[in-house]
Design a protein around this ligand. Structure first.
Ligand code: SER
Length: 478
C-alpha cells in the first residue's frame, strides 16, 4: 500500500467514526514562540485539549506535517527522519480509552490487514502520579491482542508530554514485529534492536504538568499519532523509508548522478532535501537564528554530501523537480512553491559554496595543528570559527572530523553558540520591542490587520509572498 493510500484510509476510517477531517497546520507554528516547528499533531490543538471549544466538534482527525531536528546528525542511518507526517485522531473530552483502543485495533487489523500475531502493545505501569492502566490492557485483550503481547512500562516509555509543561498522560503504544530474530531472551517492544517497531501512540491526556506537578485537566482527551513513513515501510516489507515510493525517485536519481558511492550520503541528501522543501513551502527561509538556522543546516549538510558524492550542484533544481513531481499529490503546496523552493535552495547553495572550500582548507589546517599538539579533538573555538566565518554547521565539522578519526568539542560549541545567540537576540528585542507580548484591543486589531495585509500582498503580488514575523506596537504594525 502506498503512503497516500494509508493516509486516505486513515482519514476515511475516522471520518466514518464521526471525526471531522481538519487540514494540516503549517510546519511553522503561529503564535507559539516556544517551539521552532510543529513536532506533533497535537501541538496546534493544545488550546482545545485544555478545554476551548473546537469549531469542528469533539472528534477530529488529520495528517500533520512535522519536523523534529533533535536527531539531525542521526539522519543517514536507516530510520531517522527530520521531516515526517503524523496521522492523528483526537477526542476532545469525547470518547476515552475503550473506544480509542477499539478503533485503533480495528484500523490496524481490518483496514491495514496487519495479522494480529505481529502486534504487541504497551501500557502504563503506574506510579505515584497516576495508577496502573489496567483498563487499556483489558480492552486490548478483549479486542484480540494475544496473551504475552501486552507489556507494562513506566513513565520513560508510556507517558507522553511535549516538552516540560503542558497537557499529558499515560499512553498505550502499538508495536509491529518485523519478524527479525529476537536479540536475546529479554527482547521486548522497549528494546531497540529493531525487531519491534513502534507504529502508533494513543495518549490519554487527562493531566496537566507544570512546575508544581500534575493536576487533572477539565476534560479527558485522547491524542494519537501514527508515523506515516514508518507504517508505509513496514506494510511494504521495506527495510527503510528510503526504499519506499516517498524517496525512491530521488534516491535513484542521486545514484545515477553520483561518482562516488555512499548510501548514507544518498539518504542524507534525499531526506534533507524533502525536509527543506517542506519548510520552505510553509514560509521558512534560511538565516542564522532559530528555525532559519535549522533550515540553513539542512541545506548546507545536504550540499556537503552532494560534494562528497561528486554530484554537480547544478543538479539541485533537477532533484527538486523530481521531488515536487513525486510528492505534489500529497503536498500540493510543493507544486505551488516549486520556483520559490528552487530559488531559496539555490541561493543558499551559492552562499555556502563561496565559503565551503576555504572552510574545508581551514579545517585541514586546524586538524594538522591539533595533531601536532598531540590532540585528537577539534577545539570548540575552531568549530565556532568555522561556523561564524565559513558558515559550517557543527554537524558538518563533526562529519569532517569523523572522516579523519577526530572528535569535536560540540558541547563547548553549543555554549559559545548560545552566548552568541543571546547577544543577537538582545539586540533584536531592543529593535523590535513590543510584539504581541502586551496584548490589548489595539494590538489585537493590528494583529488581524497584519493577516489582512499579508493576504492582500499575496493577492496583488503572488503566492511567493510570505510573512515570516510581525512586529506590532500600539502605534503601528510592521
Ligand atoms: N503526541 C503523541 C506523539 O507525538 C501522540 O500523537 O507521539
Amino acid at each position: 500500500m502506498k503512503a497516500i493510500e494509508i493516509r486516505n484510509k486513515y482519514l476515511e476510517f475516522f471520518k466514518k467514526h464521526g471525526h471531522a477531517v481538519i487540514p494540516s497546520a503549517s510546519l511553522i507554528p503561529e503564535n507559539d514562540p516556544s517551539v521552532l516547528f510543529t513536532t506533533a499533531g497535537m501541538q496546534p490543538l493544545v488550546p482545545y485539549l485544555l478545554g476551548e471549544k473546537h469549531p469542528e466538534g469533539t472528534r477530529l482527525t488529520d495528517y500533520q506535517k512535522c519536523v523534529r531536528t533533535n536527531d539531525i546528525d542521526e539522519v543517514g542511518d536507516n530510520r531517522h527522519l527530520t521531516y515526517f507526517e503524523m496521522l492523528g485522531n483526537w477526542s476532545l473530552g469525547d470518547y476515552f480509552k475503550e473506544e480509542s483502543i477499539k478503533m485503533s485495533f480495528e484500523f490496524l487489523t481490518k483496514e491495514l490487514q496487519i495479522p494480529v500475531e505481529k502486534l504487541s502493545v504497551t501500557c502504563f505501569a503506574g506510579d505515584e502520579d497516576c495508577p496502573r492502566d489496567e483498563v487499556s490492557a483489558k480492552v486490548w485483550k478483549e479486542a484480540g491482542i494475544l496473551d504475552g503481547h501486552i507489556y507494562f512500562y513506566g513513565k520513560d516509555d508510556n507517558w507522553w508530554i511535549a516538552g516540560e509543561e503542558g497537557p499529558c498522560g499515560p499512553d498505550t503504544e502499538m508495536f509491529y514485529d518485523t519478524g527479525k530474530p529476537a536479540c536475546g531472551p529479554d527482547c521486548q517492544p522497549s528494546c531497540d534492536c529493531g525487531k519491534y517497531v513502534e507504529i502508533w501512540n494513543n495518549v490519554f491526556m487527562e493531566y496537566y504538568k507544570d512546575k508544581n506537578g500534575y493536576s487533572k485537566l477539565k476534560q479527558r482527551n485522547v491524542d494519537t499519532g501514527l508515523g506515516l513513513e514508518r507504517m508505509t515501510m513496514l506494510l511494504q516489507g521495506k527495510e527503510t523509508p528510503f526504499d519506499t515510493e516517498l524517496f525512491l525517485p530521488v534516491m535513484e536519481k542521486i545514484q545515477e548522478l553520483q561518482k562516488v558511492d555512499n548510501i548514507e550520503s544518498r539518504r542524507i541528501i534525499a531526506e534533507h532535501l524533502r525536509s527543506s522543501m517542506m519548510i520552505i513551502a510553509d514560509g521558512g527561509r534560511p538565516s542564522n537564528i532559530d528555525r532559519g538556522y535549522i533550515l540553513r543546516r539542512l541545506i548546507r549538510r545536504m550540499i556537503r554530501h552532494m560534494n562528497k558524492l561528486q554530484i554537480d550542484l547544478s543538479e539541485l533544481s533537477n532533484l527538486i523537480d523530481i521531488n515536487v513531481d513525486n510528492l505534489k499529490e500529497m503536498y500540493p503546496e510543493l507544486e505551488q512553491n516549486r520556483e520559490t523552493i528552487k530559488n531559496v535552495i539555490n541561493e543558499e547553495k551559492d552562499k555556502f559554496v563561496k565559503t565551503l572550500t576555504h572552510g574545508e582548507r581551514e579545517f585541514q589546517k586546524e586538524m594538522q595543528k591539533a595533531k601536532e599538539n598531540g590532540k585528537n579533538e577539534i577545539d570548540a573555538n575552531v568549530v565556532f570559527r568555522l561556523y561564524d566565518t565559513y558558515g559550517f554547521p557543527p554537524e558538518v565539522t563533526k562529519e569532517l572530523a569523523d572522516e579523519n578519526d577526530m572528535t569535536v568539542d560540540l558541547k563547548g560549541f553549543e555554549e559559545l553558540f548560545k552566548e552568541h545567540q543571546e547577544k543577537s537576540r538582545q539586540g533584536s528585542t531592543q529593535k523590535f520591542k513590543g510584539g504581541l507580548a502586551d496584548q490589548n484591543e489595539k494590538t489585537i486589531a493590528y494583529h488581524t490587520a497584519t493577516h489582512l495585509l499579508h493576504q492582500a500582498l499575496r493577492t496583488v503580488l503572488g503566492d511567493h509572498v510570505k510573512q515570516s514575523g510581525s512586529n506590532i506596537t500600539e502605534e503601528r504594525l510592521r
